[in-house]
Design a protein around this ligand. Structure first.
Ligand code: ZN
Ligand code: ZN
Length: 477
């Protein structure tokens, strides 16, 4: 531990954002690349150098070993007991990743007692996805730099890249964003697992399943092939979906600025990690699904551990904060929808016309109707007027404020909306301005509210052409 700590300390100064990760705990030479030399990823992939771009160790564990397992399965009959064991072992090694690596170590969304930590580190090793320390460092970078160049598995580089490409191809160590993992370096279980990772993997991923099935019911080969290799393959592909599918498929109820999404299919595949839009918004919440009916067995298991005293301090965001995020996203969607609709030319963009010019133009044959000081061209609408031609024609060239607002017929909100799309001008000194002023005096909180696109929000019943009661002086205008 001595030299490692010194190296870590030495590196702190060189990291401007105060993070403290650095010195790999394992043998430095293998992992380290001389940062002064160009990294292989800086060079384009060509026919002569492509194999240097491949991370062969990862490729071996993620692709080649499963292929060998499939060949082995062809020659190995599957026994029922072995199948049941393989499923249970799949579920537990999956939990090692979701409840252990992810929710406990990456996000500290709850606290675990020592026995539970050891169990999670052991089961996490059985999934063969790297040490908890390595995994959590990458995952914290993923949350901190989501969808950017510093995101180790950015879905912006393609679905396949976010799924396995980032492991199969070599990564430039300079590229992945830095994160603080000093808490993990202080966790003896994490450090021990990191230092003894290869032993942990061989024992937990292969030896244990083989022994259980062999000693239990004599199925040594089945234990190795189904409980070991193929089970590893399934767990890996399932949990990799958190990086790929969860950033690609589904809804975005909390924030749509980045790629994370919620979908039940992803949840089914990943032991409940499918509510990923929620998760990226509230990462330290021990839940991924917040509704009781949503599938989140990882959450249920953590809750169960709490009941039997293995886990404690389960973190939850307040419902108030969750609902705020939801409402804001709804509002954004609403604004987008509103922006697509025709609300008529804004009043301040309309030409100002004198009363005499308005009357003269109407006499010239243009069907103009003034309501609350706003001039509307109803020429194309007369024949469609639900109240008949005569009534609307009688209003041409006049102030129809009172007629429109109940003098003859109290028009609906929809009628006011429709009328607003026919606006062509504003009367100089027209009563529109006065009406809004009066409304503001009467109910003091009436102000123009704009949406995020700067458009004025017109609520039902708030069209400018609508007045609470007909104005006595309307005819005199
Ligand atoms: Zn994510
Ligand atoms: Zn996460």
């Amino acid at each position: 531990m001595g030299p490692t700590t010194n190296m870590a300390e030495a590196n702190v100064a060189s990291v401007p954002d105060g993070t403290k990760d650095y010195a790999p705990l394992r043998s430095a030479k293998q992992d380290r690349h001389d940062l002064r030399k160009p990294h292989i990823t800086d060079l384009p992939i060509t026919r002569s150098n492509w194999y240097k771009h491949v991370n062969w160790l990862n490729t071996y564990f993620i692709i080649i070993v499963p292929l060998m397992g499939m060949v082995g399965a062809y020659f190995t009959p599957l026994q029922l007991k072995t199948a049941i064991f393989a499923f249970l072992y799949y579920f537990n090694s999956g939990l090692g990743i979701t409840a252990g690596y992810h929710r406990l170590w990456s996000h500290t969304s709850y606290k675990a007692t020592l026995p539970l930590k050891i169990w999670l580190a052991a089961m996490g090793s059985a999934a063969v996805e790297g040490s908890a320390r390595w995994w959590s460092r990458g995952h914290r970078a993923h949350h901190r730099y989501t969808d950017t160049e510093k995101d180790p598995y950015s879905v912006r580089k393609g679905l396949l890249y976010s799924h396995i490409g980032w492991m199969v191809m070599k990564q430039n160590p300079k590229r992945v964003g830095r994160t603080d993992i000093s808490d993990l370096n202080d966790d003896p279980v994490v450090v021990w697992q990191h230092k003894n990772y290869l032993k942990c993997v061989i024992i937990m991923a292969l030896v244990v399943p083989t022994l259980v099935c062999g000693l239990g019911w004599g199925d040594w080969r089945g234990g190795f092939v189904y409980g070991g290799i193929l089970r590893i393959f399934v767990v890996q592909q399932a949990t990799f979906c958190v990086n790929s599918l969860a950033h690609w498929l589904g809804e975005q109820p909390f924030d749509d600025r980045n790629s994370p999404r919620d979908h039940v299919v992803t949840a089914l595949v990943t032991l409940g990690e499918g509510y990923h839009n929620f998760h990226h918004e509230f990462p330290s919440d021990y839940r991924n699904a917040i509704q009781w009916w949503q599938y989140d067995p990882t959450k249920w298991t953590i809750w169960l551990w709490k009941q039997i005293g293995l886990a404690y301090d389960l973190k939850e965001f307040r419902q108030n904060e969750i609902e705020k995020g939801r409402v804001q996203q709804l509002q954004k969607k609403l604004d987008q929808k509103r922006a697509q609709l025709d609300w008529g030319t804004p009043l301040d963009q309309l030409p100002v016309v004198s009363w005499d010019d308005y009357v003269a133009e109407a006499k010239n044959g243009r069907a103009l109707v003034a309501v609350t000081g706003v001039i509307h061209d109803v020429t194309d609408f007369i024949k469609d007027h639900p109240g008949g031609k005569a009534l609307i024609s009688s209003a041409i060239g006049k102030d129809a404020t009172a007629i429109f607002n109940g003098g003859v017929y109290l028009h609906s909100n929809a009628a006011h909306n429709l009328l607003s799309t026919m606006r062509v001008g504003v009367l100089r000194g027209g009563c529109e301005v006065e009406i809004w002023k009066r409304a503001q005096m009467e109910k003091k909180d009436v102000t123009y509210v704009n949406d995020s696109a700067g458009q004025r929000i017109i609520r039902a019943g708030d069209q400018v052409t609508r007045i609470v009661q007909p104005i006595a002086s309307a005819d005199a205008a």
